[in-house]
Ligand binder design. Structure first.
Ligand SMILES: Cc1cc2nc3c(=O)[nH]c(=O)nc-3n(C[C@H](O)[C@H](O)[C@H](O)COP(=O)(O)OP(=O)(O)OC[C@H]3O[C@@H](n4cnc5c(N)ncnc54)[C@H](O)[C@@H]3O)c2cc1C
Length: 513
């Protein structure tokens, strides 16, 4: 059994910011941060556009950012949470800058605030078009420099450990599979901080990397924590169209912010038909518009036109996107970029209060795995990195008050069953089940749903679940089968919450309502 003062599950922006905060405050505390694969494999790493925020130097106002967040979220947001996050943005962005994150400046030496869909002002701080990579690298460096942070890659959180008190449930640690040494560790901790990121991999086409399987949400669900808003899956309107591939490459919203125009197969700019804000309407509106155009065309994508932006600045601002298009043989001076919607972001998740606390004592959740109420029913572009870093700070402030009074739980089952094998690849029947689940979710539970599609998805996922149980009975667990079990829980939660919804709002759209 291992004892650590803090157990932080996840090494993206949420987990790393929190670890740095607590490490600086308590130099004698031992802080364990784990990631299930490489430390840089996270949604954070792939963020392109940037982080939204009103700074003292901005030509902007807090109430405008609040208003834009509420409009994007269809006014279903928690107003107090929106006010808090937008107000705290400046302090948390300062933290990132102090930890070495470099945001682009213009020739006058002032921050180069970008514009994105749904924002009424230029307010997105960025590092070219690889802001996430910049954040991930600088936070990792900061965490590595702090002696009391232990960073462990290839450590997979299998299950949370709770005390035995049903009246006063408390999370006291987790069972963790150390892939390198092929053994399950029992980690007991004073604070468990869930920062496991998104769920995109439950869909066939997603911008999320392979680690985004909703593990933290599934773990929390299994111990009975409150989970909400799982029907609120945001589809990004402009992922690069590809016939195959593990992860859909994103064409950032910032490209439309810079003036790109969506066109259909006949070259017509169509966004005016759907919204006065045209190409800069919030994501839910653009995603449905793109789907509608695709459904009434002969090709499975629409186009993003950046031909009029090729004055040299575009490639400088969007080097990664430009290189990717070049790699595919597209000449951006003459060719349009083929794009289609892809699963991108979960607005719901583990329910937390404004201090990041979950329904269980000792357990916090932060970042994409959490549901704070900030996004309402549709996240405003570049508000998720902001939410993660603000809530890491909120959770830190909350622990400040109680840390000294928390002790390790002594009554812990140092016991994990069943045996877990390292085998990192899915064996064939499981690989097929995973593909089937992803296909099903993309076919029946994506941008537009119907009453019938919900019922089909519900029944089919149940069948997949039964097949999985049969397969598992015959074999010992592998990490990949445990991960698939989490994906199944996520799919079931998305369907269950979608069936309950009686009104369309934001990213949730059932044609029959
Ligand atoms: C392509 C793309 C572009 C984006 N662009 C933007 C943008 O411009 N602006 C913006 O605000 N947002 C953007 N987002 C969303 C944003 O990047 C994410 O919401 C945010 O980075 C999530 O951070 P996180 O720390 O919560 O999770 P992540 O960064 O995903 O980190 C999750 C961590 O949890 C670990 N983990 C997961 N399960 C387990 C387990 N069982 N055991 C151990 N470890 C585990 C992973 O290994 C990883 O280290 C983008 C997302 C994508 C995919």
């Amino acid at each position: 059994m291992i004892k650590r003062d803090f157990l932080i599950i996840g090494a993206g922006i949420a987990g790393l910011s929190y670890s740095i905060k607590v490490a600086l405050k308590w130099p004698d505390a031992n802080i364990l941060v784990i990631s299930k694969e490489g430390l840089e494999n996270s949604n954070t790493q792939y963020a392109q556009g940037g982080i939204a925020g009103v700074l003292p130097c901005s030509n902007d106002a807090i109430n405008r950012h609040v208003e834009d967040t509420l409009i994007a979220g269809d006014h279903q947001n928690d107003q107090k949470t929106v006010n808090m996050v937008v107000t705290e943005a400046s302090e948390s962005i300062d933290d990132l800058i102090n930890w070495g994150v470099d945001f682009d400046k213009n020739i006058t030496g002032k921050y180069d605030f970008g514009l994105e869909g749904g924002h009424s002002k230029h307010r997105v701080l960025h590092h070219k078009d690889f802001t996430g990579k910049e954040i991930q690298e600088k936070l990792l460096k900061q965490a590595r420099d702090l002696k009391n942070i232990e960073l462990c890659n290839h450590h997979f959180a299998l299950e949370l450990i709770t005390n035995k008190d049903k009246e006063d449930p408390r999370v006291i640690g987790a069972y963790i599979f150390d892939s390198k040494n092929e053994k399950v560790e029992t980690v007991v901790s004073k604070i468990v901080f869930l920062a496991t990121g998104g769920i995109g991999q439950v869909y066939k086409t997603t911008t999320n990397p392979n680690v985004a399987t909703g593990d933290g949400i599934a773990l929390a669900y299994r111990i009975g924590a409150n989970i909400e808003g799982m029907e609120l899956v945001q589809f990004h309107p402009t992922a690069l169209f590809a016939e195959s591939g593990d992860r859909a490459f994103l064409i950032s919203e910032a490209v439309r912010g810079a003036g790109a125009i969506l066109r259909n197969e006949f070259g017509e700019a169509y966004m005016e038909k759907y919204d006065d804000r045209k190409d800069l309407a919030p994501r839910d509106i653009v995603a449905r518009a793109n789907l509608n155009e695709i459904q009434s065309s002969t090709i499975p994508f629409v186009y993003l036109d950046v031909t009029h932006l090729q004055d040299g600045k575009f490639e400088d601002h969007f080097p990664v996107i430009s290189a990717k298009c070049k790699e595919l043989g597209l000449d951006l001076k003459t060719d349009f970029i083929p794009v289609a919607p892809a699963a991108h972001y979960l607005c719901g998740g583990i329910s937390v209060n404004r201090r990041g606390k979950t329904s269980h004592k000792g357990m916090y959740a932060c970042g994409e795995c959490s549901s704070t109420g900030l996004h309402g029913t549709n996240r405003l572009a570049s508000n998720s990195l902001l939410e993660a870093v603000v809530y890491a700070n909120q959770s830190y402030k909350s622990v400040l008050k109680v840390y000294d009074s928390i002790d390790f739980e002594e009554n812990v089952d140092d016991f994990w069953h069943p045996v877990v094998k390292k085998n990192l690849s899915l064996d064939l029947p499981l690989a097929e089940l995973r593909k089937k689940l992803q296909w099903l979710m993309s076919s029946y539970m994506a941008v537009e749903k119907t009453n019938e599609s919900l019922i089909i998805a519900d029944k089919e996922v149940e069948l997949i679940s039964k097949k999985f149980e049969q397969l598992i009975k015959e074999k010992s667990y592998t990490i990949k089968s445990l991960e698939f079990r989490n994906l199944l829980s996520i799919a079931q939660l998305i369907i269950e919450h979608s069936l309950i919804r009686v009104k369309n709002s934001g990213v949730f759209f059932n044609k029959d309502l």
